[in-house]
Design a protein around this ligand. Structure first.
Ligand SMILES: *Cc1c(COP(=O)(O)O)cnc(C)c1O
Length: 362
């Protein structure tokens, strides 16, 4: 049996540590999803998320993990004869490219070496061919700890390719990094809630542009569960197409209210301060995997320059301090390790963890 009494505190890049008061939101009494109480919860939650994401367009409450929206963006907004440019810079963004293919759409991959960003120049060069209807892009690449220059890329897109749709995976960026959805001119962006929303896994928040909905109306066979047109129609009645995970929505409601009370600028600043601190520590004790200019603020991928046994380090941290950090992703397993500093993880937590790691590597 699992020991639920004394779980380790999670410093892995998802699922992240969840506060007891957030867990409590998931334990509220069940309500019917076609009644007034639900409609109020739905309406209020979306109104707050629109402020979190700086959008007046659509916000959808989706009961699935974020990977569902990888597929949804493609199946709703890309016709069978169109081609997508999938910008990859690590495990998650590369994977999205293969998902495009599995949805039966044409895709070209624009890949860079892991640890390097997708640049506006490289994307511009590909789009200049006129071949592409949409691009996929990751904001924060959780495998390498890299943040793509999404504001610069979006500026370039708006100026030169206003008709190309922009789909952005913000899974480990949303909440922790700025997203001005309408100003950026994006069409779809999304995050599962076990990252910087600091809620248990199983639910996703998505922003979808009006033009993406109009496009979806022209795409036949866009599937049932993730039909954006259906989501938009149901939103008008403060509802979802199918029974949603109401406990998750209660938790999103709670967290969104907290974020707005703090102010998004302050929330982003808090994440940047933790990122700066962790990066300075990494440079002093090891090295950063990415160029510092492109590091994400929600986690740090640290190059294992001392060739320490990361599995052993993690075991020691868990035994002595009841916490876990993350080893590197995939091929980077022993070459890097990752520490998440997002959501409700605080600077005090981070300093404590880094201090304990120092004790282990002395
Ligand atoms: C975690 C993560 C995903 C996958 O999210 P799920 O909720 O597991 O589907 C996708 N992209 C990025 C960048 C992630 O960090």
């Amino acid at each position: 049996m699992v020991d639920w009494k004394n779980p380790p505190k999670l410093f892995i890049p998802g699922p992240v540590h969840v506060l007891p008061e957030v867990l409590q939101q998931l334990a509220r009494p069940t309500m019917g999803h076609r009644n007034k109480e639900y409609a109020q919860l739905h309406n209020e939650t979306i109104a707050m998320l629109k402020q979190v994401l700086f959008t007046e367009q659509n916000v959808f409450l989706v009961t699935s993990s974020a990977s569902g929206i990888w597929e949804a963006a493609i199946r709703n907004c890309v016709a069978k004869d169109e081609t997508v440019l999938a910008c990859g810079c690590g495990a998650f963004s590369d994977k999205w490219g293969s998902v495009v293919k599995s949805c039966g759409r044409n895709v070209d991959l624009l890949k860079v070496e892991w640890g390097k960003p997708n640049t506006p120049e490289a994307i511009d060069e590909k789009l200049a061919t006129g071949k592409y209807a949409a691009i996929t892009l990751v904001y924060s690449e959780t495998s390498t700890g890299l943040a793509n220059p999404v504001y610069e890329i979006s500026d370039m897109m708006k100026k030169k390719y206003p008709n190309v749709l922009v789909f952005v995976d913000s899974v480990s960026a949303m909440v922790g990094m700025p997203i001005h959805f309408d100003k950026l001119g994006w069409d779809v962006t999304f995050a599962s809630v076990q990252k910087a929303f600091a809620i248990p896994p199983g639910f996703t928040v998505a922003a979808v542009s009006k033009r993406a909905i109009e496009k979806a109306k022209t795409v036949p066979e866009r599937g049932y569960y993730f039909d954006f047109v259906d989501f938009a129609k149901n939103n008008e009645k403060d509802n979802t197409p199918t029974t949603p995970s109401i406990p998750h929505i209660a938790a999103v409601n709670f967290q969104a209210a907290k974020l707005l009370k703090e102010g998004m600028e302050n929330v982003w600043k808090r994440h940047k301060e933790m990122g700066d601190y962790c990066r300075a520590w990494a440079k002093k004790n090891f090295d950063l995997f990415c160029d510092e200019k492109y590091c994400t603020n929600t986690l740090t991928t640290i190059k294992n320059t001392r060739n320490i046994d990361i599995g052993a380090l993690n075991k020691a941290l868990q035994a002595k301090h009841n916490l876990i950090i993350s080893n590197g992703y995939g091929d980077l397993k022993n070459l890097t390790f990752r520490i998440a500093h997002m959501g409700d993880i605080t600077m005090t937590d981070l300093k404590e963890v880094l201090g304990w790691i120092e004790e282990e590597i002395k």
